[in-house]
Design a binder for this molecule. Sequence first.
Ligand code: IMP
Ligand code: MG
Length: 337
Amino acid sequence: MLRPMVCTVVVDGFFGDCGKGKIVSYLAVADEVDICVRAGVGPNAGHTVVYRGETYKLRMVPSGFVNPSTRLLIGPGVVVDPRVLLSEIERLGIENRFGLDPQCAIIEPEHIERDRRGHLKEKIQTTGTGTGPCNADRALRKVRVVRDLPELQRFLTDVPLEVNEALDRGGKVIVEGTQGTFISLYHGTYPYTTSKDVCASAACSDVGIGPTRVDEVILVLKAYVTRVGAGELPGEISPEEARRRGWDEYGTVTGRQRRAAPFNYDLARRAVMLNGATQIALTKLDILYPECKGVRSYEELTPEAREFVERIERELCVPVTLIGTGPDLDEIIDRRG
Ligand code: IMP
Ligand code: MG
C-alpha cells in the first residue's frame, strides 16, 4: 500500500536565504499542514514571511504560523534564545499553539558575548547570536536546557512524540530546516560554516523522526546565489554589479549586504545529492525575469524563464514543483498538480 505524502522536509540548497520562509508558509496554508516543526541551528536564522501585505521577520518561530490551525513546534536539536523566542511568541500571538522540546539548549548572554569577539567575529564573521558557542558548550554538556527555565515551562512538550504520533494518524507535517547546505558544519565550506550539519537528515534528527518517515524533501534554490559572511562564493560579482542586477540583499538578522553570484548548477547538483531532494522550489524568478512578477501559472512565464526552469530540471534530474514569483506567500506557481 502506498503511504500518503504527509511528511515534508524543507531545506536550503545554497548558503541560506534562498526563501525557505516563503515556501514553508505557503505550504502550511495551501496544504493545511497540521504541524510545522522547526529544525536547524537557532536564532542565527532569519526567515521572512510576507502575508497579506504584512512582512514578518522570524528567527525562532516556525514559518508555518500564518495558518492559524497549524501547531508550531521547535525540535530538541535547536538552540533557543529565550529572549528572542518569547518576544516572537508574544508578537505573533501564538501562545496557545506553540510547543518547545524540554531538551532544546539555552543560549546564555555569555554565548552571545563569545560569538561577538575573536576568530568567530573576525574570521568566520558569524551572526553573533551565540549559537556556535552554545552548541560548543552543549557538546561539552555544560548548557542549561529548556526544562531548566521556569519562564518556558508552559510550552514544554515531547516534540518527537507529538510529531511521530501526528504522522501515525496521517497528519501533515513540515520539518523546517534553517541555514543552507553549504554552510553545514559537515558538508559546507569549513571553517566558514555554521555550528551544525543543516542538511535534510540532520533536520530529521533535530526533530526526532527517523529517515523512513520522510515522504518528500523540498530543496529551496534561489534564482541566483547569495552568501553572507566569509568563505568562498564561486562566480561572485561585485556589490555594485549586484545592485545593478537587483540581487543586492541585506541580512535579516545582521543587516549586512549579502554577497552575490549567478545560479550555480554544480552546487545545486551536490545539494540535491546531500539532501536526497525529491522536489525543487525555485525562488525569486521575478528578480531574473521581471515580466514574471506575480505570475501564478507556468504557461504565463516568458520562454526565457521557462527555459531556465527546464534547464534546472534537466541538469538536476529533479522536478521544479514550486516557483516563487514575488515576496508574498501566494506569489507562487504550484506545479504539484
Ligand atoms: P553562525 O551560524 O552565526 O555561527 O555563523 C556562521 C556563518 O553562517 C556566517 O557566515 C553566517 O553569516 C552564516 N549564517 C548563519 N546563519 C545564517 C542564515 O540563516 N542565513 C545565511 N547565513 C547564515
Ligand atoms: Mg535568512
